[in-house]
Design a protein around this ligand. Structure first.
Ligand SMILES: Cc1cc2nc3c(=O)[nH]c(=O)nc-3n(C[C@H](O)[C@H](O)[C@H](O)COP(=O)(O)OP(=O)(O)OC[C@H]3O[C@@H](n4cnc5c(N)ncnc54)[C@H](O)[C@@H]3O)c2cc1C
Length: 240
């Protein structure tokens, strides 16, 4: 297998047209490749500056999970810190987690941040939404979003071999018209729900608006956890 390490977007584009398979930390693909055979060409984005950004409003796809620190909003930082084991976090990347894994603990935070995906296509760099990236398995270069006022993350304790643990990610954003917007994403079993509402002065109204939307399908115990989490975030955001 030839591993390509492009240092520019045009070089990455060239690798892509030559059929190079994207690779992050290889924590998931390695075992499958050993079993089924290695591809002729693979491409890692670890030397590509556009895929290594870390900031209040951006996160590169080649960033290794344990490099995600307080430069990014709390919701994303805490999600990365609770993925797998220390050994996994030292190797696995943002792109591998969002596009390539089944658990995708970084997906709910990305949805709560209303993140857009910056992708590379044969024609060049484009921006799209996360649903399309997952459906078409685009080559992800980075995520970008607008910095929220505040955000928070909760992951329930999981059992080995059990269903994926409950994840709740939430963020309060300022909207262009001066209002505030609450975005919440929940992973329940293998399904990810996300919804948003304009913030009212009364948190109960925000909760009702969420429950009247897609969160109406959440089981009662999950909804109770969402309610507690969101109420706490709204209280913390009130004086910001
Ligand atoms: C022991 C263990 C525990 C784990 N626990 C968790 C957990 O709690 N939560 C969780 O979310 N995940 C968990 N995972 C999954 C872990 O997050 C993944 O192993 C990891 O995200 C894959 O990242 P990687 O960079 O190694 O991807 P790779 O193995 O390199 O690639 C995986 C797939 O993603 C594709 N890919 C990689 N980068 C890109 C890109 N930039 N654009 C498009 N496609 C790309 C590859 O082509 C491949 O198909 C766990 C894994 C292990 C081994």
């Amino acid at each position: 297998m030839l591993l390509r390490l492009p240092t520019s977007v045009s070089e990455a584009q060239e690798c892509m047209t030559e059929g190079a398979v994207p690779i992050g930390g290889a924590t998931l693909v390695w075992a499958a490749w050993q079993r089924d055979g290695f591809p002729d060409h693979a491409m890692s984005l670890r030397d590509l500056p556009e895929a290594n950004t870390i900031g209040r409003e951006t996160l590169g796809a080649a960033v290794v999970l344990n490099r995600i620190d307080d430069r990014v909003p709390e919701v994303m930082r805490r999600a990365a810190a609770t993925v797998g084991t220390g050994a996994v976090r030292r190797t696995a990347t943002v792109g591998g987690n969002i596009v390539g894994s089944t658990l995708r603990c970084l997906l709910p935070p990305a949805l709560a941040l209303d993140a857009r995906a910056v992708i590379l296509e044969p024609e060049g760099v484009n921006e799209t939404d996360l649903a399309e990236v997952l459906a078409k398995r685009h080559l992800l270069l980075s995520l970008r979003w607008r910095e929220p006022i505040s955000s928070s993350y909760h992951k329930a304790a999981g059992e080995a071999g059990g269903p994926p643990p409950l994840v709740i990610a939430a963020a309060v954003h300022s909207a262009d018209d001066g209002q505030r917007l609450l975005r919440v994403a929940v992973r329940e079993d293998e399904e990810v729900f996300s919804d948003s509402t304009v913030c009212h002065t009364d948190a109960e109204q925000d909760l009702r608006a969420l429950r009247d939307g897609s969160f109406g399908r959440l089981p009662a115990a999950t909804w109770d956890a969402v309610r507690r989490h969101v109420t706490d975030l709204l209280a913390r955001s009130a004086d910001r």
